[in-house]
Design a protein around this ligand. Structure first.
Ligand code: GLN
Length: 260
């Protein structure tokens, strides 16, 4: 069995080590006998999102986001269609922002977004930087409250996400989307409404760098489960020994929430 994983703009949106998420997904595939087929694409390079199972877009500076916006706009229709068809997307920070309506930078200039997610981002006076703990709401790992698919990942013992944020953009959610959860430590989407991240169908956006997935194996496995479900495979993911990942996750919970 193979899963096609695409890393979009790895040369531009690579400022915070987010490629570690690709390494984590690939490892968790291999540990289960699934072959991860990793494809990269950047400016001007052709890509068929309909052939992808998981799309990853990392974070970067305002400058890089401005450089890629035209190329990204060119891909809007196909990406929108693939997302409506169940493409699994993990987008981090700048990559997350670009899926929304726009990103208004500190100088007032607006970078147009794809408008696939009803979110908007406006740069604040100060950068939101630091460790983050997010409490997943009871639906955080299931997009639709009525979603009766028994997601193993949603039954995972970890009910939080941990990571690191560094952004000037403050993101506000609109219609048809939901946050991943509530901030217990740190700022999250905007440092105001305690929301962090976004979920729309199989699309996940978050401000959490780290990289995110090594310390959040339950989210990594949810992305893989959703991709396998989309493929219609009659199999599910066997359990992995995540004791080291859980230890790292819980060390952050102890460090930060004891401080909080
Ligand atoms: N340039 C964007 C901001 O400052 C995104 C930063 C990032 O990707 N960490 O909000």
């Amino acid at each position: 069995m193979k899963l096609n994983i695409c890393h979009l703009y790895p040369d531009l949106l690579d400022l915070y080590g987010d490629r570690g998420n690709i390494l984590a997904l690939a490892a968790r595939c291999r540990w289960r006998g699934i072959e991860p087929v990793i494809q990269q694409a950047s400016l001007g390079e052709e890509l068929n999102f309909m052939e992808m199972d998981i799309l990853f877009i990392g974070g970067g500076s305002d400058r890089e986001q401005g450089l890629l916006v035209q190329d990204l706009m060119r891909r809007e229709d196909q990406l929108r269609g693939a997302i409506e068809n169940g493409l699994v997307v993990l987008s981090i920070c700048g990559g997350y922002q670009m899926l929304g309506n726009y990103y208004q930078m500190a100088n007032g200039e607006k970078i147009q977004g794809l408008g696939i997610l009803d979110i908007k981002t406006i740069a604040g006076e100060k950068r939101l930087i630091g460790n983050v703990v997010v409490e997943l709401d009871q639906y955080g790992l299931n997009y639709d409250p009525d979603d009766v698919r028994t997601m193993k990942a949603s039954a995972h013992k970890l009910r939080t996400l941990v990571g690191f944020e560094n952004h000037s953009g403050k993101t506000y959610l609109g219609e048809g989307v939901r946050p991943l959860g509530k901030v217990l430590f740190g700022h999250g989407n905007n440092g105001e409404d305690k929301d962090e991240g976004v979920r729309y169908r199989n699309v996940f956006g978050t401000y959490l760098h780290g990289p995110l997935l090594p310390k959040n194996p339950h989210l990594a496995d949810l992305l893989l489960e959703l991709a396998i479900q989309k493929r219609g495979w009659k199999t599910d993911l066997n359990e992995l020994d995540d004791h080291l990942e859980v230890l790292a996750h819980e060390a952050m919970l102890h460090k930060l929430l004891k401080q909080a």
